[in-house]
Unconditional design. Structure first.
Length: 399
């Protein structure tokens, strides 16, 4: 946890065990000025001291915090995008065992990389990691770049990810603004609009309060604050080191902020899916095109059900259009509901038999006939893994 443990800038209030700044008056209604600008620079030294002291005592012990290896930190930052720490931990450890260096990752086959990522979601992250590793070998002598301009130019690395990597690996004073930080800052200044409509202002605040001497610890600390105390629901304000300066707390708005925007219901798609067997009992799978959702992953073929179309008719039509083969649609195998970030799907899966025609990859990059024992060596989307489990269960029951 770095220097934070060595520098105790503020004492704990012995009466209530809170971290607080002494003799600080309540904040104004909001830190927003009349021109819409936010200025927390006068408060920044006190905010830094209180946060770093809290972090020195309460910061989480996470494996990537025990390293200053830019590669390991980069991997952790990408894995943590829209993914909880508890989910990331086993993937992170396994990843570093499989790909211990940038060079090893760059030389790996994409399918091996996607298989290591299987189940973590947002698979473009894995494809970008692989591509970026190759670019780092090619352009940066195998070392993750130490400048913001070079880092943000790499695939899959935006402003906040670059800040997280550069501050953690090189202790550079580069601000961050992930989901946790947005929530903390929106409450700190009682932001009167949704964070999505105040991104520039929130970046301004994050840069104003960043500790230029201890950016590594500060960025880790503010992320921990959002993850452990300033949570989305039921924030633990009484334990917060920034309670004294939090405009939302003093207005009793912490449960209402950040403001949210109303969202339209997610569209729901009905999908027909075929598990196609040949005469030898092998199963047909196809690899999705590189671009788009789930690019490069394997799946069971199928597609969206058209209006007034039965599930069985959909499966027959899609297989003809995608693979140019004729199949017999047999009994239903499983129905799976799955939610992606922008839509929901229901997969209506059928056991099918190959009748005629040589499969052609008309709508995919590759097709293969595989045995049930071989199928688990291929990277599949999470929903398809449930189909594999259902196939295995059926095989056991038939055997």
């Amino acid at each position: 946890m770095g220097e934070a443990k060595k520098n105790r800038h503020i004492v704990r209030d012995s009466a209530n065990s809170e971290y607080a700044l002494e003799q600080v008056p309540p904040p104004r209604a909001s830190a927003l000025g009349l021109d819409g600008a936010i200025n927390l620079e006068p408060l920044a030294p006190d905010l830094r001291q209180a946060l770093l002291t809290w972090y020195g005592d309460q910061g989480r012990d996470l494996p990537w915090r025990r390293s200053r290896d830019p590669y390991a930190i980069w991997i952790s930052e990408i894995m943590l995008q829209q993914t909880q720490v508890k989910t990331v931990l086993p993937y992170y450890q396994r990843w570093l065992e499989l790909f211990p260096t940038i060079a090893v990752l760059a030389q790996a086959e994409q399918q091996t990389v996607l298989k290591a990522w299987e189940g973590l979601g947002y698979y473009a992250r894995a494809r970008n990691l692989h591509k970026t590793a190759q670019l780092i070998i090619e352009r940066h002598d195998g070392i993750f770049p130490a400048t913001f301009e070079d880092a943000i130019a790499l695939p899959g690395i935006g402003r906040t990810t670059a800040g997280g990597i550069l501050s953690a690996a090189y202790n550079l004073p580069v601000a961050i603004l992930d989901g946790n930080v947005k929530r903390v800052l929106a409450r700190l200044v009682a932001l009167p609009k949704p964070p999505a409509k105040a991104i520039n202002e929130l970046w301004q605040v994050s840069e104003q309060i960043l500790d230029p001497q201890q950016p590594h610890d500060f960025n880790q600390a503010i992320m921990d604050l959002g993850a452990t105390l300033c949570t989305r629901h039921r924030p633990s304000c009484l334990l917060c080191p920034w309670q004294s300066h939090c405009a939302a707390y003093h207005q009793n708005l912490q449960s209402e902020l950040p403001m949210t925007e109303s969202r339209a219901p997610l569209p729901h798609k009905q999908i027909g899916v075929a598990v196609i067997y040949d005469d030898d009992g092998r199963i047909l799978i196809d690899r999705r095109k590189q671009e788009g959702l789930l690019g490069g992953l394997w799946e069971f073929p199928g597609g969206k059900i058209e209006p007034n179309e039965t599930f069985e008719d959909c499966v027959r039509r899609e297989i003809k259009e995608e693979l140019d083969i004729e199949i017999e649609v047999n009994d239903p195998l499983i129905v799976i509901d799955h939610t992606y970030s922008h839509f929901k799907v229901t997969l209506n899966v059928f056991n099918c038999s190959h009748i005629s025609g040589e499969p052609k990859p008309l709508e995919c990059d590759e097709i293969k006939w595989v045995t049930l024992d071989e199928i688990t060596s291929y990277p599949f989307p999470k929903a398809n893994s449930q189909i594999i489990d259902a196939i295995k269960k059926r095989a056991i029951n038939k055997g």
